[in-house]
Design a protein around this ligand. Sequence first.
Ligand code: CU1
Length: 173
Amino acid sequence: MEFQNVICYTFCILFLVNLSFVGPANADVYTVGDDYGWTTGTNYMTWAAKYNFTVGDVLVFNYVKGQHNTYEVSEDTYRSCDSSTGVLEKYDSGNDRVMLKEARNYWFICNIPGHCLGGMRFGVDVKVDNSTVQSNYNPVPASPPSNGAGVPHWQWEWACQLVAFGFWFLLSY
Ligand code: CU1
């Protein structure tokens, strides 16, 4: 019995360690404008509205170097297209990769004259990604403990047993 518990908790720890790596691995890379890339003639607010952006995701701005650029700006600058103030970051590589590191609004424009007013601007609302945690805890059913002992850790132990059994099952084949 004790040996069983040791195995169980060992797998449980492995399981939790594993969980902590799920977040970064879940980050998505989005090419701004999809196949069109970062250029004139595309509605980028429409593009941005298609996706749910979460912390750790990466935006890729693809364009011919020198024809466009990528400025991360304040909301005011996004609205006015006046880049004399409110510029937070500048990119001009033609393959700009911008990681969305924080849960907040980000605003981007192209600073080539006329391009921002012409539609090369958009904002994204970046949220914290808690979907992985939820999806991993939901499978534990919310039924009362069967032994009636009122052990508050029953859900935890139940999950341990399940994970341990899963590993045992995989390893025995
Ligand atoms: Cu541009």
